[in-house]
Design a protein around this ligand. Structure first.
Ligand code: NAD
Length: 252
């Protein structure tokens, strides 16, 4: 069963973690995949993984915080595959961990440029293309840190709150144009980004897990499967939704 045969999916941050798992999940459902990211070797690695599954994919190097590179990323997608049915904007950084008064202007600007401006720029050009096609579905990756305060990660948290409101606003703007826009707020997920948090803070995975009702850290596939579901016809009446996937953490 390959429900996405003939469809094209674009995934930013596709070279690792959630973006890589999402690229593979789209490919397994039959979509042609555009894997975008900043580091060429990592996105080419994901492309090879998809080829080994018998799928079709291209790797497009792009920094999501640079408008011209985002515009070119979309143009390359159209030149190669002719359309964009689905987009998952997963590229992001954790930023430096520090209390608010110790954050530098440089770190603030970098975190917002990638996590918030980057999602907006990607949506801007994805939506323009989807308007031409008359349909499309976008899933942005926010975080549970975007729903509450996060000590020592205020700027990351603020950038992810911004993704929530960007998602809802754009969903309202394009609901009548047959473009659905949703966001996922993951809790802790096993990826290189989380590894970095463990290394910096000295917190161990088992200490982290003891605070999660389901007693485990999420797998990137836990997020990837929900991204593909939110792009599928099974969710054709869902837009502007913020889906929390956190093993129960925010239920308490
Ligand atoms: P990751 O570090 O494995 O993946 C992030 C990817 O984004 C990397 O491949 C990186 O190269 C790419 N990237 C970074 N800056 C970029 C830029 N300017 N242009 C293009 N690509 C860029 O981490 P991940 O955990 O898979 O993160 C994916 C998304 O999920 C992020 O937005 C992150 O904030 C979010 N998230 C992760 C967790 C978690 O626990 N891992 C929890 C909540 C939200």
């Amino acid at each position: 069963m390959e429900p996405f045969v003939g469809k094209v999916a674009l995934v930013t941050g596709g070279g690792s973690g959630i973006g890589r798992a999402t690229s593979l999940a789209f490919a397994k459902k039959g979509a042609k995949v555009v894997i975008a990211g900043r580091t060429r070797e990592k996105i080419v690695e994901t492309q090879e993984m998809i080829k080994n599954l018998g799928g079709e994919a291209i790797a497009v190097q792009a920094d999501v915080s640079a408008e011209e590179q985002v515009r070119e990323m979309i143009q390359t997608t159209i030149d190669q595959f002719g359309r964009i049915n689905f987009a998952c904007n997963a590229a992001g950084i954790g930023g430096k961990l520090a209390p608010t008064a110790d954050v530098t202007e440089e770190d603030f600007d970098r975190t917002l440029a990638i996590n918030l401006k980057g999602v907006w720029l990607c949506m801007k050009y994805q939506i323009r293309q989807m308007l031409k096609q008359g349909s499309g579905a976008i899933v942005n990756i926010s975080s549970i840190n975007g729903l509450d305060g996060t000590p020592n990660a205020a700027i990351y948290s603020a950038s992810k709150s911004g993704v929530v409101s960007l998602t809802k606003s754009a969903a309202l703007e394009y609901a009548k144009s047959n473009i659905r826009i949703n966001a996922i707020c993951p809790g802790a997920v096993h990826t290189p980004m989380l590894e970095q948090v463990f290394n910096i803070t000295g917190v161990t995975p088992s200490q982290y897990e003891s605070k999660i009702p389901m007693n485990r850290i999420g797998d990137p596939n836990d997020i990837a499967h929900s991204v593909t579901w939110l792009c599928s016809d099974e969710t054709s009446y869902i837009t502007g939704h913020i889906m929390v996937i956190d093993g129960g953490v925010s239920a308490g």
